[in-house]
Design a protein around this ligand. Structure first.
Ligand SMILES: Cc1ncc(COP(=O)(O)O)c(C=O)c1O
Length: 467
């Protein structure tokens, strides 16, 4: 393409993207369409002849990209939302345009050094020793997988391996255990307590029983922000136990971990620094575009011990001591330059802005919790934690059974899905159907949260009047 046209198209792409972001508050947080309709629109043979790039771009912006959950909408409170910083978006554009393959030092020394810088930032935030290391991954699932491979190798790859995690742990961890060859029945779901934290006594009983019957525990995973409720497992007690039992401790801090950049989060996550590994997602509470995960390990060598494999075609890339090839630390050889987005965003805004943005989520969630407690219609079903509010419609003066309450709340959720601009999701809290707000976006304000709760109250009252 001619450079002038390239610039014109880049400008067009930027205009479309910025226009979308500017327009978000006036739109709903969700849009989607059924497959048949989309297939009719999009399923076609690849064209033999090309078309003007601007028209192709416009079609993408009209027919494809809007049909998605707008996770960066100020009222996007479902699942784990995410609002990327613009420098982060541009970093992805630049990394792609510079065609960086962040695989080895030889192939990408600048980006490799930058990944070392970002890993060093993560190390300091987590309170890890200087011996720690890590790598950036596609996300929390890949971080979980890499962590369990490292744990398995550190344990000597025993037969009849078992892995432990709370019944609140993310499915990504279960899947990671299965991928590394731990049979599904050997992934132990440890019961959690009334605050959704892993029950230490149950964990100790399970491990003792397993050891007595010839199983080999290779890893115990803790939640630092369970995705349903934001619960934080007893990290210190788990670290004591893992140390005493010589079992690898992994902390899944995919969404909650970045709370650590605030004083409050640091206190809440105390003990995380004792884990053998920590999984993090900068595409959640650190405001980066997808994909930006990370795995940190307390002993940096454990990753290369588990992953480094020689191949003749790569023999020229062995630069030597202290020049890591990031492809030796995880499952990917070709890798995008993920550090750039984190670095460019932090350089642009500074850590004070990041701390403020992370605190904003926790403060809004606290206020939402207080609102729910004062509400005549709503009830908190779990203590607010790390930006997550689990609540439901359940007026104090009604005497509805659990089944009816579940039906009413499902009705409210469905109605909010179709009729409200906000997007929230649901979860089960100790078998109770719960509405759930996850308030992480730096663009969300108290008005966004309050109006979502007000709409929920109104829908709740109407559903109660006409069950
Ligand atoms: C606690 C937790 N762990 C792991 C994951 C999986 O991470 P990813 O979607 O980045 O693979 C998530 C995703 O929401 C999560 O919330």
């Amino acid at each position: 393409m001619a450079p002038d046209l390239m610039l014109e198209l880049a400008r067009k792409a930027a205009e479309l993207a910025v226009g979308r972001i500017k327009g978000l508050p006036d739109e709903g947080a969700w849009d989607g369409e059924f497959r048949q309709i989309l297939a009719e629109q999009l399923m076609e043979n690849p064209p033999e002849d090309g078309q003007p790039a601007a028209a192709v771009m416009e079609r993408a912006a009209r027919e494809i990209l809007p049909l998605a959950l707008r996770l960066d909408h100020p009222r996007s409170f479902g699942f784990i939302p995410s609002s990327a910083t613009w420098p982060g978006v541009l970093a992805d554009f630049m990394a792609a345009a510079y065609n960086i393959n962040q695989c080895t030092w030889l192939v990408a020394s600048g980006p490799s050094q930058l990944e070392l810088v970002v890993i060093e930032w993560l190390r300091r935030w987590m309170g890890y020793p200087e011996s720690a290391g890590g790598l950036l991954t596609s996300g929390g699932s890949a971080a979980s997988l890499d962590a369990l491979v490292a744990a398995r190798e550190a344990a000597g790859n025993p037969d009849r391996a078992t892995v432990y995690m709370s019944d609140q742990s993310h499915s990504a961890l279960r899947r990671a255990a299965m991928i590394i060859g731990v049979r599904p029945e050997c992934v132990r779901a440890v019961p959690s307590d009334s605050h959704s934290r892993l029950d230490m006594n149950a964990l100790m009983d399970l491990v003792a029983d397993d050891r007595a019957t010839g199983f080999n525990p290779i890893a115990i995973a803790a939640n630092a922000g369970a995705s349903s409720t934001g619960a934080i497992d007893p990290l210190e007690a788990m670290a004591d136990y893992c140390e005493a039992e010589s079992i690898w401790m992994h902390v899944d801090a995919a969404y909650g971990g970045f709370a650590i950049v605030t004083a409050r989060g640091k206190a809440l996550l105390r003990g995380i620094e004792r884990a053998d590994s920590i999984g993090l997602d900068a595409h959640k509470w650190f405001f980066q575009p997808y994909e930006a995960g990370a795995l940190m390990v307390k002993d940096g060598r454990t990753l290369e011990n588990a992953f480094a494999v020689h191949h003749d075609i790569l023999q020229d890339t062995v630069w030597g001591a202290n020049h890591p090839n990031f492809s030796d630390r995880g499952l990917q050889l070709s890798r995008s330059a993920r550090a750039l987005k984190i670095w460019m965003s932090v350089q642009t805004f500074g850590m004070a802005a990041f701390r403020k943005a992370v605190s904003n989520g926790m403060e809004l969630a606290d206020r939402a919790g207080e609102y729910v407690e004062r509400s005549a219609v709503l009830e908190l079903v779990h203590p607010v934690s790390l930006g997550v509010v689990c609540f439901r419609v359940n007026p104090a003066n009604t005497d509805l059974d659990e089944n009816s309450l579940g039906e009413i709340n499902k009705k409210v959720l469905v109605r909010s899905f179709w009729e409200d601009r906000a997007f929230m999701s649901s979860t089960m809290v100790q078998s109770v159907f719960s509405l759930r707000l996850c308030i992480l976006n730096h663009t969300s304000t108290w008005d966004d949260v309050r109006q979502t709760l007000e709409v929920t109250e109104a829908f709740g009252q109407e559903a109660l009047a006409d069950p």
